[in-house]
Structures are given as C-alpha cells and as structure tokens.
Design a protein around this ligand. Sequence first.
Ligand code: GYE
Length: 319
Amino acid sequence: MRFLRASLMVVLLLVLSLTAVHAQDKKLTVGFAQTGSESGWRTAFTNAMKAEAEKEGIDLKFSDGQQKQEVQIAALRSFIAQQVDAILLAPIVETGWDAVLKEAQDANIPVILVDRGVSADPSLYVTRVAADFNHEGRLAAAWLAQATLGECNIVEIQGTVGSSAALDRMKGFGEVIALFPGMKIVATQVGDFTRDGGKKVMEGYIKSLDGLKDVCAIWAHNDDMLLGAIQALKEAGIKSGKDGIKTISVDGVCDMFKAMADGDASANVTLLPDLGPIAYQAVRDTLAGKPVEKRIVMPSPMNFPDTAAEQYAKCSAAS
Ligand code: GYE
C-alpha cells in the first residue's frame, strides 16, 4: 500500500513539474490595441512593438485603432473572446474605458497600458509603461524660458483632444511659463497630432496673427504638427528655428532631426518608442504572479541642433 502511495506521489510531482515547464515555455499570445497611425512616432512605436514580439517569440495580435476609441474597444472585446494571455492598450483618450477594462478583468486577462493613460480605476489595469508627459511639457517650457530670458509670446498647437499626451503636456508647459510674467500663450488650437493638422493651424495663425510678427515661439505637442507648421511658414516666407521663430516639440522623429540640422527647428524633447522589452517583461511577470510597479516611467532626453545632423544620419540609415 505504502509503495502504491509513494508511486502515485512521484507520478503527481512529475505531472506538476511538466505542467509548470509547459506553462513557462507556452508561446505567449498578446493582444495590442494601438491608437492609430497618425504620426511618425506612432509608426515607430508600432514597428518597435512588433519587432520585439517577433524577437521574443510572442504571438502579437495587432489592432490599428484608426484614431477611434470605439475601434479600440471592439479590439479589446475581440482579444477577450480569443482568450489572449494579456492585453496591451495605447488608449487614444483618457475616459470611457471602465466597462471594457472590467470585462477583461472578469475574464482574468491582465491589461497593461502602453504610452497614453486612462482615468479609469487603477485596479482595472496592471501598470502603465510610458514617459511622463507632464514632465515633457515642463522640460519644453524650461528650455524656452532660458532661451528667451523669460520674455516670449507663444503659439501652441495641441494634440488630440482628451488624450493624456495633450492634456499633460499642456499642463506641464503651462505650469512652468506661469512662473515668468513675460511668457504668454497668445493662441492655442488643436492639430490632432498630425502634420496636416499642424499645417492647417499654422496657416490660420499666419492670417489671424498678422504674419506672426509679434510671436517669438511655437510650442507643438508633437513633431508631426510642428513639421506641418514649418511647411506652412515656408510657404508664407516666414523663417523658423535658427534665424526665425523659435520652435519646441516632443517625439524626436527622424524628420525633426533633419529640420534641426537644416536650421528650421530649435529644440526637441525625445519620446522613446521602444516600449516593447519593458511591456512584455511586465506581461511575463504578471502571468508568473510576480509584483509589477504600478507605473513604469520612460526617460525624456532632449535633443538640439548641435547633434541633429549626426542623429539624422543614424535614423535615416536605420529606416
Ligand atoms: O507624441 C504623438 C502621437 O501618445 C505620446 O501620440 C503619444 C503621442 C505622440 O500621436 O506623436
């Protein structure tokens, strides 16, 4: 009898250890609900996530949100129905996610936010991997304050309405310029993070602000809108950057380094696109029952014209 019991124990232990090995080696299936493809940075971020998934042998189910929250929510519901191991979400706006995040939680599928944030209850997602957008706005304003000795009329081009990127960058920038009585945002409009949006906003400013004759700087929530604005300035014969209106924006897309190298742009806060290694590690740790930091912050370096030509040579060769 004792022999039989011992044999059963050995078999049970063998089965358990094989299951554990199988679970660790099981190919991960991750659903990724991306915002859209509105900017150069977004494309770089998508490509980086796909490349890292490929490198790590992760089966990445990718959905392009087409800049529409309803498309992203439908993608999340599809991932839940497919019973993926985990979901990555880059939420286009902050609000409207509670219900679908609760559905994922009820289906025991962990959700990790990448890039933008949500206003939903933090218990509904594991963590958020992203730069600190408020800090980016503060960095941009601090650079402009020192570059203008605290005296500057600024025009602002905002990102997508209701997105944490636009809201937090605007807030951070505003907090710093409020310290300088001589710094003022004289106009602000939405360019929706696209080149076309930025160009249209700047065409309007050129008309409504008398050719920008009293404007000292352009603050754009991302590079694509600033690059569109620079196009509009060139078409109107107005100089920006080294010999003209100062510019500051966020992302660090390859064409921004070209604009700085050409003397058309003044400074840039870089948003690192390669969130994959950290995001996928957070997935693995979550599934293994290990603790994960509630907020994982990516650094926000700054770049200037003095290294732009070298940076452009690197990024254009890589693309
Ligand atoms: O700056 C912009 C993209 O969510 C922080 O979204 C991101 C922003 C980025 O459209 O290029």
